[in-house]
Design a protein around this ligand. Structure first.
Ligand SMILES: *[C@@H]1O[C@H](CO)[C@@H](O)[C@H](O)[C@H]1NC(C)=O
Ligand SMILES: *[C@@H]1O[C@H](CO)[C@@H](O)[C@H](O)[C@H]1NC(C)=O
Ligand SMILES: *[C@@H]1O[C@H](CO)[C@@H](O)[C@H](O)[C@H]1NC(C)=O
Ligand SMILES: *[C@@H]1O[C@H](CO)[C@@H](O)[C@H](O)[C@H]1NC(C)=O
Ligand SMILES: *[C@@H]1O[C@H](CO)[C@@H](O)[C@H](O)[C@H]1NC(C)=O
Length: 327
């Protein structure tokens, strides 16, 4: 009788403690598969089958009411192999981050297409190859997409413009070719941040981009030609524009700068004309117009004389402080 009672008590306690496990068993299975596919790395040592993934597993976050995994952030460490297809078996993920890992190779994992709740996707500073996949445009809740510092090639899919909530797009530091899609001027969302620097993009900036009020646009270090004046405009709220080291060729004389512009780098292009007087009214923190074909007097006033000569040097015939006096 006594032993029966005891074993009853023990089994009740046991089942009670087991039922306290919050981790969804399918989620756990997917994570253990990810760990296995990466070859049981030290970085994921806390992922143990006999512990609760919602409590004890590093880099995993569960929703507090459903207990389904909503966030996986694997950052800075030694990990080698491709991103496993099992990430697609975490159907409630909203945040997925693999970043700054030593040896993560292969394509952007196609199974990510199944993660319809994703709003934050960051796969940066890895060694990913292949293209920027078209399927990303089906993840309608994405607000932040970062695939920077990889070895991605091919052109930028124009379908990304279909993402209605995208606010930041980082495709910088890859090997992307082709031109900026025309569709980027008709972004369904507001797209305040567009980062495409350090690629091999060619062609002209689509005129349609003039319709977008970027907060930051960085197109530097590509091979883009032609006009960029549509990116500016008095009524925009743009703060940062980086266009250096392209082959842009347009007149600066008639450009009206956004009144809140803080950082402007248009160095190393073929920009001609003169610096408009309106630039004295802009609260610039940094400016670089060097290595272009500008001419005429640097307008006096505002911040323009606070920058040193290297802001202005190597132009066709710019003159006046901080360069030599005009003749
Ligand atoms: C990663 O691996 C390298 C070389 O194997 C080692 O020196 C380094 O300490 C490791 N870093 C971490 C965070 O484990
Ligand atoms: C997308 O986000 C909205 C607002 O946060 C939410 O109501 C909706 O359920 C989400 N859709 C998906 C597929 O997660
Ligand atoms: C991954 O990329 C880094 C930085 O670009 C590079 O130093 C490293 O050699 C690459 N590793 C592999 C395995 O390609
Ligand atoms: C800028 O806004 C002002 C006032 O809101 C308006 O009068 C002007 O036409 C606008 N200029 C342009 C170029 O849209
Ligand atoms: C402007 O850019 C040129 C060329 O890259 C560089 O040499 C110079 O130091 C820069 N000046 C400033 C003030 O950023």
């Amino acid at each position: 009788m006594k032993t029966l009672f005891l074993s009853l008590l023990i089994s009740t306690l046991l089942s009670f403690s087991l039922s306290k496990e919050l981790c969804n068993s399918n989620d756990k299975k997917a994570l253990l598969q990810i760990k296995k596919d990466f070859g049981d790395p030290y970085l994921l040592a806390s992922w143990k089958a006999d512990t609760d993934c919602c409590k004890a597993w590093y880099q995993v976050e569960c929703d507090s009411t459903t207990n389904r995994i909503i966030s996986l952030t694997i950052f800075a460490g030694n990990l080698s192999g491709q991103i496993p297809a099992a990430v697609g078996d975490l159907p409630y993920l909203q945040t997925l981050v693999f970043r700054k890992l030593t040896d993560v190779t292969g394509p952007v994992q196609p199974a990510i297409a199944k993660l319809v709740h994703l709003n934050f996707l960051r796969l940066d500073r890895l060694n990913l190859t292949g293209t920027v996949p078209d399927f990303l445009s089906r993840l309608k809740n994405l607000t932040f997409l970062d695939l920077s510092f990889n070895g991605l090639s091919g052109s930028i899919p124009s379908s990304l413009a279909l993402l209605p909530n995208l606010g930041t797009l980082h495709l910088d530091r890859n090997k992307l070719t082709g031109s900026i899609p025309e569709s980027f001027g008709t972004f369904k969302g507001s797209l305040p941040g567009l980062y495409l620097s350090h690629n091999q993009l060619t062609g002209e900036i689509p005129a349609s981009l003039g319709n977008v009020d970027f907060s930051v646009i960085d197109l530097s270090r590509n091979k883009i030609v032609g006009d960029a004046s549509m990116l500016f405009g008095l009524n925009k709220t743009t703060q940062n524009v980086y266009l250096s080291r392209n082959m842009l060729e347009f007149s600066l004389s008639k450009v009206a700068f956004p009144s809140g512009l803080e950082n402007l780098d248009i160095s190393h292009n073929k920009i001609f004309g003169s610096i408009p007087p309106q630039m004295t009214q802009i609260p610039l923190q940094s400016l670089n117009v060097s290595y272009n074909r500008l001419c005429g007097q640097i307008p006096v006033g505002g911040k323009l004389q606070r920058f040193d000569y290297s802001t202005y040097f190597h132009n066709r015939c710019l003159c006046g402080a901080p360069l030599a006096n005009c003749k």
